[in-house]
Design a protein around this ligand. Structure first.
Ligand SMILES: Cc1cc2nc3c(=O)[nH]c(=O)nc-3n(C[C@H](O)[C@H](O)[C@H](O)COP(=O)(O)OP(=O)(O)OC[C@H]3O[C@@H](n4cnc5c(N)ncnc54)[C@H](O)[C@@H]3O)c2cc1C
Ligand SMILES: NC(=O)C1=CN([C@@H]2O[C@H](COP(=O)(O)OP(=O)(O)OC[C@H]3O[C@@H](n4cnc5c(N)ncnc54)[C@H](O)[C@@H]3O)[C@@H](O)[C@H]2O)C=CC1
Length: 442
């Protein structure tokens, strides 16, 4: 059997490795238009902000590894069209030479693309997006210019907040804009984001929330950013207002979600029996929403690639859904969340309650210690946990995995009240904040 995979980043790589490692004799062809594969975009802000030495270690595999495993791999080759009836993929390399590959099974792993603000001045120099490795390099180069002193970041989601920190670490004046009244509004409730906002301000980032960019102004290069509330002199702009699915190749043939992502079943199969879709170009099932949705994360890309790989290889494997678990660490302030915030539940018309608690991570007699804030969100009628948020300068990140499982398994808030949680002063308190929050639930 021959499988063609379009897109060889996180999702495509996971699907290819699953096939090559578990199904000897299977024929795998990978096609990607980029020069590189496996770039961990999460490292861009660390590298641009000089928290790590360089970008070299942000790649975890390469073309040669796939060749050694027996796959055919075409880099710098763009798929231009797919004949879904004849099962043929047409592609073109950078020299313009056209080729084609037939398939028995096709895996679409074409990922996502940044949403481009459609406002006047969008073709000026000095305007950036942050998706590809090459775009990270451009941002890094621009930030190295002496005449770039003021950087505007549009979108205070994960990319925006991370790159705002990086620009500040590079000594720039940083202005951070978002349409919402706080940073990270898609992931956390205001009781949590207010702490991140204070942290950003305390570290010298100028916040402009509830403000919409309306125009970029400049001669050749951007010189001003105009919003619905003011005009700002800027030397560089980084746009980070979210991703949308890159489904151009199959959107006329396959069923799609409201944002254009390929609709997939729990085997990652699309509406065409021979075609699978994985990662950021596909939908995903949310256990918190109990519905199909879209969540662009590397973690989901890898898992969905593994699922497609096995189903294509001949082992039936069902996806178990996700919670969209995520985390961020900015100037030493750490936040993690899973499932739905109260605001996200409200938007999805799920009637929820929540329980909050705040305490020191460890007993008071331990010197290296800091407060932890927790919120657990649960559905009023069923009492199932639908989300959790934690924040601290301590590393509280691993707690969120348990909440992810709780959401996945529909555990109720009442089950959490007497859960066996160990105590050791080096790590936590006998009256654990998870227990205390659960006990306070209405
Ligand atoms: C700056 C940044 C930081 C991030 N940080 C995190 C993080 O900390 N944690 C996390 O979980 N996620 C993070 N993400 C999100 C994560 O990177 C994406 O969810 C992930 O890359 C999705 O993987 P993918 O393989 O589905 O798609 P993509 O990474 O978008 O890859 C798609 C591939 O398809 C190729 N392709 C597309 N169209 C064609 C075509 N027509 N022909 C040939 N090839 C094609 C592209 O060249 C690309 O290589 C971050 C993203 C960015 C940009
Ligand atoms: N730590 C992590 O897990 C990371 C994950 N990612 C993922 O990559 C994807 C893309 O990241 P982001 O681009 O940061 O998307 P995002 O969805 O995290 O944030 C986009 C932000 O832009 C704002 N926005 C939207 N339209 C706007 C407009 N017109 N003007 C001003 N603000 C506007 C939104 O309110 C939101 O806060 C996301 O799925 C994200 O989860 C990215 C970086 C790190």
């Amino acid at each position: 059997m021959k499988t063609v995979i379009i897109g060889s980043n996180h999702a495509g790589i996971a699907a290819a490795n699953t096939l090559l490692d578990n199904y000897p004799g299977t024929e795998v062809v990978l096609i990607d238009r980029n020069t590189n594969l496996s770039y961990l975009g999460c490292g861009t802000a660390l590298w641009v902000g000089r928290q790590i030495d360089g970008y070299e270690d942000l790649f975890y595999t390469n073309e040669a590894t796939f060749r050694e495993k027996g796959a055919k791999i075409f880099m710098e080759s763009s798929v231009t069209s797919i004949d879904f009836n004849e099962k043929i993929v047409h592609f073109e390399n950078k020299a313009g030479e056209k080729s084609e590959e037939s398939y028995d099974k096709l895996i679409l792993a074409t990922g996502s693309k940044p949403i481009i603000p459609n406002i006047p001045g969008k073709d000026l120099e000095g305007l950036h997006f942050l998706k590809l490795f090459q775009e990270g390099q451009e941002v890094d180069r621009d930030m190295s210019r002496d005449d770039v002193q003021t950087v505007a970041v549009i979108g205070a989601g994960y990319i925006g907040v991370e790159i705002a920190e990086a620009a500040k670490r590079r000594g720039k004046n940083v202005l951070l804009f978002d349409a919402m009244p706080t940073s990270l509004a898609s992931y956390y409730d205001p009781e949590f984001t207010q702490h991140m906002d204070k942290n950003l301000e305390a570290n010298g980032i100028e916040l402009h929330f509830g403000e919409l960019a309306t125009e970029y102004k400049g001669d050749k290069r951007v010189e001003q950013l105009v919003t619905d509330k003011g005009t700002y002199d800027v030397d560089m702009v980084i746009n980070a207002i979210g991703f949308t699915a890159n489904s151009d190749l199959g959107k006329d043939h396959l069923e799609t979600f409201r944002n254009g992502a390929y609709l997939v079943d729990n085997h990652q199969k699309t509406s065409d029996d021979s075609v699978y879709a994985v990662g950021d170009c596909a939908t995903i099932y949310s256990n918190a929403l109990e519905a199909t949705t879209y969540i662009a994360l590397a973690t989901n890309a890898v898992r969905s690639g593994i699922i497609a790989g096995h189903n294509v290889g001949g082992t039936e494997l069902d996806a178990i859904g996700v919670q969209g678990s995520n985390g961020i660490s900015i100037f030493g302030y750490n936040m993690v969340s899973t499932g739905l915030s109260v605001a996200a539940a409200k938007k999805a018309e799920i009637d929820v309650d929540y329980t909050d608690y705040e305490d020191l991570q460890k007993p008071g007699f331990i010197k290296e210690n800091a407060p932890v804030k927790i919120r657990i969100v649960y559905e009023k009628s069923s009492r199932r946990i639908v989300g959790a948020q934690l924040a601290s300068t301590e590393d509280i990140s691993a707690n969120i995995h348990m909440f992810s499982l709780a959401v996945q398994e529909h555990v109720t808030i009442d089950k959490l009240k007497l859960l066996d949680i160990f105590f050791l002063p080096h790590f936590n308190q006998p009256y654990n904040y998870i227990t205390m929050a659960a006990l306070r639930a209405k």
